[in-house]
Structure formats: structure tokens, C-alpha cells
Write a protein that binds this ligand. Structure first.
Ligand code: PMP
Length: 446
């Protein structure tokens, strides 16, 4: 068994200058885990050691790594035109991409607003919701409702509607005003080890009625949830829960935003979780697998009615005054078009459905190992939850992650939950390898 410290082998990079996201510098005494190469299902570290990618990078690389179709499209576009101003003019690929997205998106969500990340998609979606209500003559609708344990990126909008305490605590005094949170749907007392959606818990959506009664529907702009919470540790919606949210929001004229930054592009089966689970929101936020993680890019998919309403108002008064220098960047758009072609040609969303039964059995085979208190799964996502160790919350999860990494498999630790979400090109043998390495790590860490 390899020593978890071997990740630094061959690596000479110091921690002197680069401030790593989420202050990861503190995890390392000398230099960080360093990835240097990626091909198919594998990363290689700087020493050339292969590491099986059990997480599609950070839920991004659904088509696997090193895809020539994408790098060629990127290179061609940079030669053709590296950049075009995104305000007051456009370029063909962004329009083509918007059209392609409309073809695969849920019914009615035919407009795409481009961003550079999931966080930007979320903040853009919140602004679109406010703009719509103003344009619709309901300017009092300014409140947002998120959900406990929700992750919506790191912008001030995203952390305000998000429900992960750590992301908010330093910034608590400066969050958006007028935000409430629905209860989360994790229930490991009644639903531990259930496969797919929990059978009970849909009534948690009814708390929304209480919030409407408290604040008045006329003051509420939108509800935002991840159809499946990813970053908080793979929390599935109970059966009927999303439908209930849809019913209540529709009844009260409140917009429903699904944050599909993780679930879009085949992760749970269809192109969007919305389609797999049969609930169409008004707005969907995406990023990550949109272009296989190759170039930063996100997209907000918006219902026609919202768009039309925003376009009808008097110019400059209530239009969406919002955009990014890199909105619909030509190179990112080229990467996205090449990625969507791969998804389509290789039928990768269908592949998720074909493999999910095998994946489910494999993930649930970890039941009974030390300290495993819940296992959750859908599509090609699994979450294994552990009892916290006496050394502190998150220590066991992180120890298991480190052990897996040292033994050639990348999984993701989020607190005491390990998430696995391999590229959709994964095969059964590789699923076994991920699960075997994880099983060994769980036994070793204890
Ligand atoms: N929303 C969700 C649901 C996410 O999972 C993430 C990232 N994990 C984000 C938003 C933020 O995306 P980014 O890191 O690209 O800003």
C-alpha cells in the first residue's frame, strides 16, 4: 500500500506564491498534489504516476480527458479569431452554441446567456429573475429562497442563497438581503442506503408555502435549488419533491431556478436532471461539463417568456444590464460545440443510464465497511457518508481521499462524505477499480 505522502514525489513546486482556492495551501507542508497530464480516464501526476479519475475533474470532464475533437476545435478557433468583444456585437459560434443548447434543453428554455463559471451563472440567474419581475410590473418581488446545504458558487449572490455555513461565515454581514432557506432533504435516519431517490421526504417542499405566507408571494422573486445537491455530498431529492416545488412556485408566480452546474450534460442520465426527473424550471444554470471543463464557461438557460418580457420593456429602464467581457467567448464556445458533438455521437447520456445499474451495485457494495453510515446514488454519481472520527469532522473523509489518491484513484471528499462522479466514458472495470481502491481506503483508515 502506498504512503499518502508519496503524492509529492518528483514535484518541485513550492507554496510561495500561488494562493490556492479554499486555502488549500494549509494542507501541504511543502508542495501540493500536482497533476500534469490527462488522457481518457486517467490523470498523471508530475512523476508520471497514473491516477484514475473518479470525479471527472471537478464534475467537469464528462467526455473524459485529452479529447482531440475539443483541442482541435480550440486551436482552430484561436487561429481564426482569438477574441471578439461581447458587448454590442457577437460572433457565429456563440449563436450556434445557444441554438444547440436550445435543442437539448427542457421545453421552453430556449435562450442562453453565457458566463464563465457556475458562480457567474448563478448570480446572472438571480439578476435575470429580478429583471423579469420588474419588467413584468412586479418590482416588489425581490426575495430569494435557497436551501440548507445548497451550493451555488462563491459570488455574493451564490453564497447568500447557498446554505453551506463555511462558505458564508466570513462574509455574513454582507450577504444579500431578504433570503430564506428551505430545509435540506438529507435524512439518514429514515432513508439511509436507499437507492436512487428517497421514497419519503417530499413534504419538505411544503415549507415553501409557509415562507410564502410569511413574506407574501408578491415579495418573492425566485426559489433556487440544485435538483441534486452535489457539493454538500450527493443529496437526492425525495420522490415528488421537485414536482411539489414546481407546483407551489407556479401557483404563486415565483420563478424556479434549477442549478444544474453539476447535474447537466448527462451526469444523472438525460442532458439535464430536469428532464430525467420530469420537472421543468424557469431557469437552469450550467457550467463545468458544458465544454468538458476545457475552457471556463457557463450558460444560463432561460424560458422564452422571461426573455420576451425582459425585451419588451422600455430600453435602458428594465433591461438586463449585465454581461461579461468573456460572455460567449469564441474559444470556449468552440470547445462547447465540440463537446456537445462528442456527447451526441458517443451517446454518453444514454451510457449513463446503461451503466447506472452496475454503478449502483458497485457503490452499494461498500455497505458494511467500517463507519459507512449511508450510501446514495443516481446516474453516475455516488456518495458514501462516514461517521465523523474522534479527531474532528471531515478528518475521516479527507483521510480516505488521501489514501485513494496515494493508491492511484481520484475521489472527492466533502466533509465526511466521499463523492464519486467518473467521466461518462468510464467502463465497468474502471468502476470496479474505483470501488476497490475506495474499499481498501475505508478499511485502512477505519
Ligand atoms: N453551482 C453548483 C451546483 C456547483 O456545484 C458549483 C461548483 N461546484 C457552482 C455552482 C460554482 O461553479 P464554479 O466553481 O464554476 O463557479
Amino acid at each position: 500500500m502506498a504512503d499518502p505522502q508519496t503524492h509529492n514525489q518528483g514535484d518541485t513546486k513550492s507554496l510561495e506564491h500561488y494562493w490556492m482556492p479554499f486555502t488549500a495551501n494549509r494542507q501541504f507542508k511543502s508542495s501540493p498534489r500536482m497533476l500534469a497530464h490527462a488522457e481518457g480516464m486517467y490523470y498523471k501526476d508530475v512523476a508520471g504516476r497514473p491516477i484514475l479519475d473518479g470525479t471527472a475533474g471537478l464534475w467537469c470532464c464528462n467526455a473524459g480527458h485529452g479529447r482531440k475533437e475539443i483541442s482541435e476545435a480550440v486551436s482552430k478557433q484561436i487561429h481564426e479569431m482569438d477574441y471578439a468583444p461581447s458587448f454590442q456585437m457577437g460572433h457565429p459560434l456563440a449563436f450556434e452554441l445557444a441554438e444547440r443548447l436550445a435543442q437539448i434543453s427542457p421545453k421552453g428554455l430556449n435562450k442562453a446567456f453565457f458566463t464563465n463559471s457556475g458562480s457567474e451563472s448563478v448570480d446572472s440567474a438571480l439578476k435575470i429573475a429580478l429583471t423579469y419581475h420588474r419588467a413584468n410590473g412586479e418590482a416588489t418581488r425581490t426575495r430569494f429562497i435557497g436551501r440548507e446545504l445548497g451550493y451555488h458558487g462563491v459570488g455574493f449572490g451564490g453564497i447568500s442563497v447557498g446554505g453551506i455555513g463555511n462558505n458564508r461565515k466570513t462574509f455574513n454581514q454582507q450577504l444579500l438581503q431578504g433570503v430564506d432557506h428551505l430545509p435540506h432533504t438529507l435524512d439518514i435516519k429514515d432513508n439511509a442506503f436507499c437507492r436512487g431517490m428517497p421514497k419519503t421526504g417530499a413534504e419538505k417542499a411544503e415549507v415553501l408555502e409557509q415562507l410564502v405566507a410569511l413574506h407574501g408571494a408578491e415579495n418573492i422573486a425566485a426559489v433556487i435549488v440544485e435538483p441534486m445537491s452535489g457539493s454538500a455530498g450527493v443529496i437526492l431529492p425525495p420522490e415528488g419533491y421537485l414536482q411539489k416545488l414546481r407546483e407551489i412556485t407556479k401557483k404563486h408566480g415565483i420563478l424556479l431556478i434549477f442549478d444544474e452546474v453539476i447535474t447537466a450534460f448527462g451526469r444523472v442520465g438525460d442532458a439535464f436532471a430536469s428532464q430525467r426527473w420530469g420537472v421543468v424550471p424557469d431557469i437552469i444554470t450550467t457550467a463545468k461539463a458544458l465544454n468538458n471543463g476545457a475552457i471556463p464557461m457557463g450558460a444560463v438557460l432561460v424560458d422564452d417568456n422571461i426573455y420576451d418580457t425582459c425585451m419588451q420593456g422600455p430600453e435602458n429602464a428594465i433591461e438586463l444590464f449585465h454581461g461579461y467581457t468573456y460572455s460567449g467567448h469564441p474559444v470556449a464556445a468552440a470547445a462547447a460545440l465540440a463537446t456537445l458533438n462528442i456527447y451526441e455521437n458517443e451517446k454518453l447520456f444514454e451510457r449513463t443510464k446503461e451503466l447506472e445499474g452496475y454503478f449502483e451495485e458497485a457503490v452499494h457494495s461498500l455497505k458494511g465497511l467500517p463507519n459507512v453510515i449511508d450510501i446514495r446514488n443516481t446516474g453516475l454519481v455516488g456518495g458514501i457518508q462516514f461517521a465523523p472520527s474522534e479527531h474532528g469532522i471531515g478528518k475521516r473523509g479527507f483521510g480516505i481521499f488521501e489514501h485513494c489518491f496515494a493508491n492511484g484513484t481520484l475521489v472527492r471528499a466533502t466533509g465526511d462524505i466521499i463523492a464519486i462522479s467518473p467521466p461518462l466514458i468510464v467502463d465497468k472495470q474502471q468502476i470496479d477499480q474505483i470501488i476497490n481502491t475506495l474499499g481498501d481506503a475505508i478499511k485502512a483508515i477505519g
